[in-house]
Design a protein around this ligand. Structure first.
Ligand code: BEZ
Length: 256
């Protein structure tokens, strides 16, 4: 595999990701079901994070390799699952020695703008007829949160960040997949309100860095308080914060 580029990445804390935000991989179990890995299949887990789903794929009998751009995630995955193979690599530009039967990805693709590069690299990594099965944030994902952050920033004199994630419609993403030789066999966009065990402030702290990039560190807590005030009526009920997640799932098969 090629070495990942050294652009700045989101500053992931793999412990927080595993602890307070474990819903990310817990929901991913459904995507493992959608892939339906068969014993002996070679499966690449793209954006494997701390490796829990890579481990589930291996438990199903697949021969797996996990890749992630974050050195910290790869290190944590290796510590948790020393019997599995994890490598640091960039989803937009990686090579494999031997092609895979399937590429799997959960909650990773929406961090990447260059989806043409991703689809090209995935197509190159698959055998003809290989599957690309993934879930990512879909169109209008976390729209209420993004809107509240933007309103709070404007009120405080900051310029809101442009939409920092790739949240496509079914049509947008299917078009990109087809342009790279995939046939889309299944695609679904759906609402999945997601309870946040540690609350909205923790979610924004972990995932919303790109939204608050212009806000000095010592002002962030105040801004987040203001965002919570804006969201409380809509997303806080019976003591629980819920994020307005919308997911896009797809199964695409590479032309034989
Ligand atoms: C998501 O998984 O939907 C998500 C992750 C980070 C930021 C926004 C959304």
């Amino acid at each position: 595999m090629t070495t990942p580029t050294e652009e700045p990445t989101d500053d992931w804390d793999s412990n927080a990701y595993d602890g307070s935000h474990s819903f990310v991989y817990e929901y991913g179990a459904d995507v493992v079901g959608l892939l339906d890995p068969q014993p002996g299949e070679r499966v690449l887990d793209l954006g494997c994070g701390t490796g829990h789903l890579t481990h589930q794929l291996a438990d199903a009998g697949a021969d797996v390799v996990g890749i992630d751009r974050s050195a910290e995630m790869v290190e944590t995955a290796r510590e948790s699952y020393p019997h599995l193979e994890f490598r640091r690599a960039d989803a937009r530009d990686f090579d494999v020695e031997e092609p895979f039967d399937a590429v799997f990805s959960n909650a990773a693709l929406h961090w990447i703008d260059e989806q043409d590069a991703v689809c090209e690299a995935v197509a190159d990594a698959l055998v003809p007829g290989g599957r690309f099965v993934a879930e990512l944030g879909g169109s209008r994902n976390v729209e209420a949160i993004v809107t509240a952050v933007a309103a709070e920033l404007v009120e405080r004199g900051y310029k809101p960040a442009p939409e920092p994630w790739y949240f496509p419609t079914v049509g947008e993403h299917a078009t990109t997949l087809e342009a790279h030789g995939f046939e889309v066999r299944y695609a679904r966009l759906f609402d999945r309100p997601t309870e946040l065990d540690d609350g909205m402030a923790a979610w924004i702290g972990m995932f919303g860095d790109r939204l608050l990039a212009d806000v000095p560190a010592d002002q962030r807590a105040d801004v987040i308080d203001g965002v919570e005030d804006r969201l409380r009526d809509e997303l806080y009920h019976d003591g629980v914060w819920t994020a307005d997640y919308r997911r896009l799932r797809f199964v695409a098969v590479l032309d034989a």
